[in-house]
Design a protein around this ligand. Structure first.
Ligand code: ADP
Ligand code: ADP
Length: 232
């Protein structure tokens, strides 16, 4: 079964002389329980692809499915609901609320949605991410790596169908990057999640099941069971 599918996605920004074709006929399947890293040069369309897959931006043409749901059929309100209820996000800049504790940050999206985390699921996530003795800390009292682990826990808390990451290790040192990638790997292996990240980090390859390479808005290559060496 597929967690997500892009079919013949095109995305242009602007018009006339300043028009940029960010995606040019991209098709890709994302199987459930798989960790995909999207790589490629700056400007190749990685962020645009992720934003279209995650319903943060709409494609100019083509189709995106999350599970059995075709995103173009959704109203803005339904799209917001789908992102909230079925997708988890991890960003480069962590995006934690500075005035809230780690635990309050982790449950914030669920609180807003009027949902509660499954207690045993949340307990497993917090244990696995090594956050149980940090739950009362505010983001300023946590290291960058710890903050990104909080963001990963926030993404996982609602048991989403799929987690999208935009350069999740982009602001982290090498050790913290490894930790966060290991957590995303564990989310797939131990919790059965589906993960799709955009990254420049060659280390991500050894944690991912496959790497999809973009260049000039096209998928130019795809590697299964990649290693850091094979993507350099
Ligand atoms: P990547 O994530 O691989 O760096 P992007 O998806 O950010 O690539 O960008 C792909 C192309 O689309 C680039 O040429 C970029 O400048 C352009 N682009 C991205 N977002 C916008 C935007 N909002 N308006 C205009 N051009 C954009
Ligand atoms: P990334 O590092 O992920 O490729 P960028 O720094 O290229 O992202 O872009 C950051 C934000 O600016 C994105 O939301 C993207 O859509 C937007 N953007 C990128 N290129 C342009 C552009 N040429 N014009 C307007 N917005 C852009």
């Amino acid at each position: 079964p597929l967690a997500a599918r892009a079919q013949n996605l095109n995305k242009t920004y602007g018009s006339g002389d300043t028009q940029v074709r960010a995606l040019d006929g991209v098709s890709a399947d994302f199987a459930r329980g798989e960790f995909t890293a999207i790589m490629g040069p700056s400007g190749s369309g990685k962020s645009t692809l992720m934003h279209c897959l995650a319903g943060l931006d709409s494609a100019t043409s083509g189709s995106v499915m999350i599970g059995d749901t075709e995103l173009t059929t959704l109203s803005d309100k339904q799209m917001t609901q789908l992102r909230r209820d079925r997708i988890g996000f991890v960003f480069q800049a962590f995006n934690l609320v500075p005035t809230l504790t780690a635990l309050e940050n982790i449950t914030l999206p669920l609180d807003i949605a009027g949902r509660k985390a499954d207690p045993s699921w949340l307990d497993n996530v917090l244990t696995r991410l090594g956050l149980k003795d940090r739950l009362d800390h505010r983001p300023s009292e946590l290291s960058g790596g710890q903050q990104q682990r909080v963001a990963c826990a926030r993404a996982l808390a609602g048991q989403p169908e799929i987690i999208f990451g935009d350069e999740p290790t982009g602001n982290l040192d090498s050790r913290s990057s490894g930790e966060v990638l290991a957590i995303l790997r564990a989310a797939v292996g131990e919790f059965g999640q589906t993960v799709v990240i955009v990254t420049h980090d060659p280390r991500a390859a050894s944690y991912a099941d496959r790497v999809v390479f973009l260049a000039d808005g096209h998928i130019v290559d795809e590697l299964r069971d990649p290693t850091a060496e094979t993507v350099l």
